[in-house]
Structures are given as C-alpha cells and as structure tokens.
Design a protein around this ligand. Structure first.
Ligand code: ZN
Length: 255
C-alpha cells in the first residue's frame, strides 16, 4: 500500500520545458529522515520523492502510522537531484528524470565507504512507488531505472552496492542480465578479455558516459559493479564484469 504525503513541498525546482521523463534515478540521503526532509525542501537541492527508513530514529520520532513516501516536487516539474550527469548520450538528466531519495546512513570517510543495508520495508515501498511511476510513463525502459552513480560515476556512489537491484528486477522493476548469457560470455572472456576499445563501446552502448581517462574507466567499472555485481566493486575490469555488460547489451540493446 503506497501512502503519498505531499505536506512538505520543496522550493527548489523548475520547469521541464516539455522534456519527456525517460529515467528514474535512485539516491541515498546519507542523512537521517528529519535533516533529509529539511535539506531537500529548503536548500538548492530537491528530489521528487523521499522514502524514509522505518527504523531510523528521526522517522520513528515523527510517529507516522505507516511507512509513507513524501512527494516533495510534482513529477511534472524538474527537481534538482542529479547534477552533472550523463546517460545515453544526454547530459543534465534532471530535465528528463524522476529522482527518488532513500534515507540510508551511508558514509564516506575520505574515500572509505560504509554502505548499510536498506530496510526491507523501505525496499518494498520503493518497489510499489516504482511500479506506480513506470505504469504512468511507459517510455521508461528497464535500463532507465538507474543509480546516481551510474549517471555521475567518479562523483557519486549512491545508492551504493546495498541497493538490491536484482530483487527489484525480480519484482518487475529495472534491468538484470540473463544468467545463461552471462555464463556463455564469461567462458569466452576467461580465455581472453575483449579489447578495451570494444569494452568502452559496450559501456557506451548500454548508456554510460565515455571514460575520459584511466581513472574514469575504473570509476565507471566500479559504478557498474555496484549496480550489477555488488559483492565485488573494486573497479577492476574482469571476465565476469565484461560478461555481465555484454549480456545486458544483448538483452536490452539488441546486440
Ligand atoms: Zn545522489
């Protein structure tokens, strides 16, 4: 059951100027509910939705009967959540996306990350919200359900490897690869990885921005792994990572 609360409208947004919604971008707040709500409604950043963590103390203190979703910006307006971003050859994804912030107390201590698990109920509410959104925007394809790190790698790590993307896919939301196709490619790539120029093309074909240099290549690999191979997101390109990428392109990009 999806309960949408609209009593905390954000002030930071503008018009979409007719751009159709093509992506949904997931974020974590790295802050408790109360401060997330304050920052997302009063400062220069915003998002369409905020999904609290039911166990987080500042949400419990608010004494709502159920886990509700807060709509801060109307979907017809352009919220300010993605910043400098890129997907499928397009920049500035705020214009064409819906942004969802999830309360999660992830930490970045000078590059050492802690990614706590998302609450089970929070993910179930997120799935209900995403089903509702995707039902109203048929042009949002599975591969268009993205993490902030997918569209701003190197700069952002949210929603992090704790986001259960595979579970979302099994609930009918977002992309995931076919296991048999992944295994077929992996057997091939264990013998020899494809040339890096081909891997570069494959990343871009799926939607990722080009890598400007070696560091960018590794940051993008890390972002991809956080999404599709969360048990190991070291940023090193290996046979399994390549195989997942090729399996995704085969399934969603017709190649
Ligand atoms: Zn973010």
């Amino acid at each position: 059951m999806l309960v949408i609360d609209t009593s905390f409208p954000a002030t930071g947004f503008n018009e979409r100027y007719g751009e159709p919604v093509r992506q949904v971008i997931l974020h974590y707040t790295a802050l408790p509910f109360a401060s997330s709500l304050r920052i997302l409604t009063q400062d220069g950043v915003s998002a369409h939705y905020l999904v609290p963590d039911p166990e987080e103390p500042s949400y419990r203190a608010a004494s709502y009967d159920e886990l509700r979703v807060f709509r801060l910006v109307d979907e017809s307006r352009r919220a300010w959540h993605a910043g400098v971003s890129h997907w499928e050859g397009r920049d500035n994804l705020n214009s064409r996306s819906i942004g969802i912030e999830l309360v999660n107390l992830a930490r970045d201590d000078a590059g050492v990350f802690t990614f706590p698990a998302y609450a089970e109920e929070q993910i179930e509410v997120l799935i209900a919200l995403l089903r509702d959104i995707v039902g109203r925007y048929p042009q949002i394809e599975p591969a268009g359900i993205l993490g902030h790190s997918d569209v701003a790698f190197g700069r952002k790590s949210d929603p992090g490897p704790s986001m259960p993307w595979r579970h979302l896919h099994e609930a009918g939301i977002g992309a995931w690869f076919d296991e048999a196709t992944r295994a077929m490619y992996q057997r091939r790539f264990c013998v020899e990885l494809p040339p890096e120029v081909e891997v570069e093309r494959a990343f871009q074909r799926y939607g990722y921005a080009p890598a400007k240099n070696r560091q960018g290549f590794e940051q993008r690999t890390r972002a991809f792994q956080m999404h599709f191979r969360p048990r190991d997101y070291c940023g090193f390109l290996d046979a399994e990572t390549c195989a997942i990428l090729y399996a995704l392109n085969e399934k969603y990009r017709g190649l």
